[in-house]
Each structure stands twice: as structure tokens, then as C-alpha cells.
Design a protein around this ligand. Structure first.
Ligand code: TXA
Ligand code: MG
Length: 328
């Protein structure tokens, strides 16, 4: 169903209110949505995705002020970041309100909150008048969906309704930032930590806060997007510096393998079966990344050579996703 008319917004809100699951477009990736106040509906998300219980979900909200309905304590730095970047691809991890269902927080004492900017997501949130719990609408561990067709291919009949809002403009998930408690005297939080790089760059957060933010070291955690292996296509991925790409391709093709190349800049890899590049445009790289990973699977490649961009700005999120996609 296309999501731009009032009828489809009304219908989506109705299905959510009655405990159904709706795939909704956001500016980052498509989300698998349930009404956040209906724990049984939220539980179905885990079944449909094949996601283990205990992995916390993001609650999406339709107004900045709704922050206070879900979080018991909003430190000043969190309010600053929400003011600067909402609606948009930033998720804030804050102390939870006691009423937040445990199935959403995975038993943690924090809750993740985000106000998306996609007009269809916002319209559904406002019509529903409640929060929406939504992970990315893909099977657990696989590539996130950036079109309605991707959702249907992954989850098919598991979803009650798919709202088509066109391709996602940003194409990688939101930046997840944990904001620690504020110091009584200064009012500032001693700890502001990026748990997952994403659509808002670390440099942009630092610009607003006026000081450096921490980058959490990776490693196994209960945050699924932070598992070493995630966002993975079926095609094996090998990471490779730009200057070695051509030689790597030629050695693999001479072994008889079908090889693809995915790179930030145009490079000459004439012997590859297929290649994708972003022509030096990081926004385009992020917006195309998951589509290219899906196309690599559809092409039936034996191996995909991926050239990571510089890990600056949006490049940090792209590098993160490529590393996890390459880990098995
Ligand atoms: O862009 C996005 O964030 C998309 C769209 C649909 O909004 N959603 C998304 O959700 O990527 P998901 O579930 O695939 O990833 C959410 C990330 C996970 O790494 C999760 O562990 C982390 O947020 N997270 C959620 N609640 C948390 C909490 N209380 N503490 C720490 N991490 C949390
Ligand atoms: Mg996900």
C-alpha cells in the first residue's frame, strides 16, 4: 500500500492500535512497527524477525515533548541533542520511565527514543497518538530494508500491512547515543557515548555539545546492531583498501570466482563481474549501501570486495556496517 494518502495513514494507525504489525518507512531504513503500549504486539516483532528476546527496541515518538512520557529523567545534554537533531536519525538512550514495557527495554533500566523525520512515519505516529516500537524490518542479522519491496522479500506474510513511502533517503540506521546522568552543579552529563554510529555524525554531535563524545568500543553486547556479525548479505564480503582492489579482483577472477566490487570512489577493476561506486559522494554511498548488498546476493557473486571509505562523518557508519557485514 502506498503511504502518501490519508487513508493509508489511518489504516496503519488502526492496525497498530488493534495490536497488528506494520512495516513503516523512515528516513533511515524501514521499521517493523508495533504500538509501544501493547506488550503482546511488541512481542510479535521478535517472533517475526527471529530476534532473540532481551534485545532492546527503539521507541519512536511524534513530538519532542513526548520524550518525557518515556524517560524518567532527561539530562540537559539529551534535550540539547533532541532539539538540534529531531526529527532525524538520532536515537537517545535515557533512563526509562517505570511504565515502559520490559519487552521493549530488554530488562535494562534505559530506553532508546527517536523522533523520525520521514513524513509518513510522523503522520502515523501523530494519528496513533502513542509511541511506536520498531526495529529495522529485516530478518535478524541480515541486511536492513530500504524499500517496501525489501520488507516484503524478507518478512512477507509476517507483517499485517506494509506502507510504501519510497526508498529511504539516508539508508543507514540512526546514530544511537547514550546520555548519562547530569552533574548536579554543571547540569552537563559526564558521559555521552555513541553506541552505534549512524545517520548523524560524531562530529555533528560534538559541534552541538561543544566537547568530544566517546565512541563505545565494539564487542558482544545486548545491542543487536552491535554484534560483531550483523547487516550481513549471503555473499561473503572481503574488505580491501582502495589501492589493492584491482589486484585482489584480478587474482580472484583468475581463480575462476565471480567477483563484485563496492567502493566509495570510481576505480578501475575491469575484470570484476559487477561493480558499484558512489563517485566520491558519501551520502549516496550510505543511501545505496544496503541495496548494493542485496544486489550482490541477487547476482550470485562468489565474493564481494568492499572498499571502506574514510571513517569521517557518515563514513564512520558505513565502515561500521561493512565491517559487521564482512564478519561471519
Ligand atoms: O534508524 C533506526 O534506528 C531504525 C529505524 C527503524 O528507526 N531502527 C533500528 O532498530 O535500527 P534496531 O532494533 O535494528 O536497532 C536498535 C539499536 C540496537 O543496536 C539496540 O540494541 C539499541 O538500538 N538499543 C535499543 N535500546 C537500547 C538501550 N536501552 N540501551 C542500549 N542500546 C539500545
Ligand atoms: Mg536492525
Amino acid at each position: 500500500m502506498t503511504g502518501t494518502d490519508d487513508r493509508s495513514i489511518d489504516r496503519a494507525a488502526e492496525v497498530l492500535r488493534s495490536g497488528g504489525l506494520v512495516a513503516i518507512p523512515t528516513e533511515t531504513v524501514y521499521g517493523l512497527a508495533a504500538c509501544a503500549s501493547l506488550p503482546q504486539a511488541v512481542e510479535r516483532i521478535f517472533t517475526v524477525k527471529g530476534r532473540p528476546l532481551g534485545h532492546p527496541l527503539i521507541v519512536h515518538i511524534g513530538k519532542v515533548e513526548d520524550l518525557r512520557e518515556w524517560s524518567g529523567d532527561v539530562p540537559g545534554d539529551a534535550a540539547l541533542l533532541a532539539e538540534a537533531f529531531w526529527p532525524g536519525p538520532l536515537t537517545l538512550v535515557l533512563p526509562r520511565d517505570s511504565a515502559v514495557p520490559g519487552v521493549i527495554t530488554g530488562g535494562l533500566d534505559t530506553v532508546a527514543l527517536r523522533m523520525p523525520s520521514h513524513p509518513v512515519a510522523l503522520a502515523i505516529l501523530r494519528k496513533l497518538g502513542d509511541g511506536i516500537a520498531a526495529p529495522s524490518a529485516n530478518l535478524f542479522g541480515r541486511v536492513s530494508p530500504t524499500t517496501a519491496a525489501d520488507v516484503v522479500a524478507d518478512l512477507g506474510l509476517g507483517v499485517d500491512l506494509v506502507v510504501d513511502g519510497g526508498p529511504c533517503s539516508i539508508g543507514v540506521e540512526s546514530t544511537v547515543v547514550e546520555v548519562g546522568p547530569a552533574d548536579r552543579e554543571s547540569g552537563r552529563s559526564a558521559e555521552v557515548t555513541i553506541l552505534r554510529p549512524g545517520g548523524i555524525a560524531a562530529e555533528e554531535l560534538e559541534g552541538v555539545l561543544g566537547r568530544p563524545v566517546a565512541r563505545s568500543s565494539t564487542g558482544p553486547s545486548r545491542a543487536p546492531g552491535m554484534l560483531a556479525s550483523h547487516y550481513a548479505p549471503r555473499t561473503p564480503i572481503r574488505l580491501c583498501p582502495e589501492e589493492e582492489a584491482a589486484e585482489t579482483v584480478s587474482s580472484l577472477t583468475s581463480d575462476g570466482l565471480r567477483v563484485g566490487v563496492l567502493a566509495p570512489n570510481r576505480i578501475d577493476t575491469g575484470e570484476a563481474d559487477v561493480s558499484w561506486d558512489a563517485g566520491g559522494d558519501l551520502d549516496l554511498f550510505a543511501a545505496s549501501l544496503y541495496r548494493w548488498l542485496r544486489e550482490a546476493d541477487a547476482t550470485g557473486l562468489d565474493v564481494l570486495i568492499a572498499v571502506p571509505p574514510e571513517p569521517l562523518g557518515l563514513g564512520a557508519a558505513i565502515c561500521d556496517r561493512l565491517e559487521r557485514a564482512a564478519t561471519r
